[in-house]
Design a protein around this ligand. Structure first.
Ligand code: ADE
Ligand code: ZN
Length: 360
């Protein structure tokens, strides 16, 4: 048993922590070198000079007052546009899970955007199969268990989402849940009500992005809970600004998948974002720490994301253990698997001191 009171550095502590991730997009996890290989074989020209230029380009584009969700997604589009074949999806999934293995991630729920794949010439079935195949390799070769969340794009046709939910009936075992991502279209929850009703009938688990500090953030979160009846919100940090909404989240036990280094370019808001995580943890919300788009944000992979948040907030080791237990509690896994992950986390953290924020 590893005693986390020992002289481990914070970096070593985070490296050794058995980690779980609930919010990461496969299209945002393409290693720059792989992106170049994929673009090369698909004859796509990238606007970067070299793999090292990917983040630099994105930082430049995000600068000059354009540090927001829209400019981030425009940059992400450049990378994910290079994906053109099922093999591309398989490759990035295997590589991502290999990375998770090296990071000490035990279990991950990975999002994918089938509408993006279809627009780029990869059929729905081929995309789902390729990711499922990659996930099997991830478990067999790197010991990382994973499940896939099918996300619909909030700025695209909700009826296509309904059709894809029907198409997914023949792939039911390869998709654990449904989400919504991409640009935060005003009033998006009501538009996807029918699709979410269909998904609920099929017993998919339900989540949705509500990005941070968007116009109508609190209204969107409330509507996702009440209209779409989600169990989790991806980001959702603005819950902390609205006491009635916070009560609703606590009462319904809605989990929040926070991404503390989201838009690392936005230095001005990083501290506020960390404070929101701390306040939500203190309020007793089931909030976890996640990477979102580790290859595109500059947040780095999960260990770096957790370590950076820990140093900057600062969070204690006990706080980090709480965030990790929250991820385990909110994971869409069976109870035996949850017990196994909890037992490993407790063995790792056994007897460590109090969280810097009192339990809610
Ligand atoms: N797709 C990838 N990352 C996203 C984010 N943070 N918000 C919405 N869509 C995304
Ligand atoms: Zn996301």
């Amino acid at each position: 048993m590893l005693d986390i009171r020992s002289d481990l550095s914070n970096r070593d502590f985070v490296a050794a922590l058995p980690k779980v991730e609930l919010h990461v997009h496969i299209e945002g996890a393409i290693e720059p070198v792989t992106l170049f290989e994929i673009a090369d074989r698909n004859k796509i020209e990238l606007p970067y000079d070299s793999p090292e230029g990917v983040l630099a380009y994105q930082s430049d584009r995000r600068g000059a007052g354009r540090e927001n969700l829209v400019s981030f997604l425009e940059c992400l589009d450049i990378s994910r546009d290079a994906l053109r074949t099922p093999d591309d999806y398989r490759t990035i999934t295997v590589e991502f899970l290999s990375r998770c293995g090296r990071e000490g991630v035990r279990y991950v729920e990975v999002m994918f955007d089938p509408q993006q794949a279809i627009r780029q010439g990869v059929s729905f079935g081929d995309c789902v199969d390729a990711i499922a195949d990659g996930r099997r390799v991830g478990w067999r070769d790197f010991g990382v268990r994973s499940q896939a969340i099918m996300c619909f794009q909030r700025d695209h046709d909700p009826e296509q989402a309904s059709r894809l939910i029907e198409a997914a009936d023949t792939h039911r075992d390869d998709i654990v849940g449904i989400g919504l991502d991409n640009f935060e279209t005003p009033g998006f929850p009501a538009m996807f009500r029918a699709a979410y009703d269909q998904a609920r009938q099929r017993e998919y688990r339900l989540t949705s992005h509500c990005d941070v500090n968007q116009p109508d953030s609190a209204d969107h979160i409330r509507a996702c809970i009440e209209v779409l009846r989600v169990e989790r919100i991806d980001h959702g940090l603005n819950v902390i600004d609205d006491p009635a909404l916070l009560d609703l989240v606590l009462e319904r036990d809605i989990a929040l998948t926070g991404c503390p280094t989201y838009y690392t370019g936005q230095a001005s808001s990083a501290e506020i974002r960390l404070e929101m995580h701390r306040s939500l943890l203190a309020a007793g919300a089931c909030i976890s720490l996640n990477t979102d788009d580790p290859a595109q944000f500059g947040s780095g992979w999960l260990s770096n994301t957790i370590w950076s948040a820990m140093e900057a907030a600062p969070f204690t080791r006990a706080d980090i253990v709480r965030f990790t237990q929250n991820a385990i509690d909110a994971a869409w896994i069976d109870e035996a698997h949850r017990r196994e992950l909890t037992t490993e986390l407790r063995a790792f953290s056994g007897g460590y001191g109090e969280a810097s924020v009192p339990a809610g």
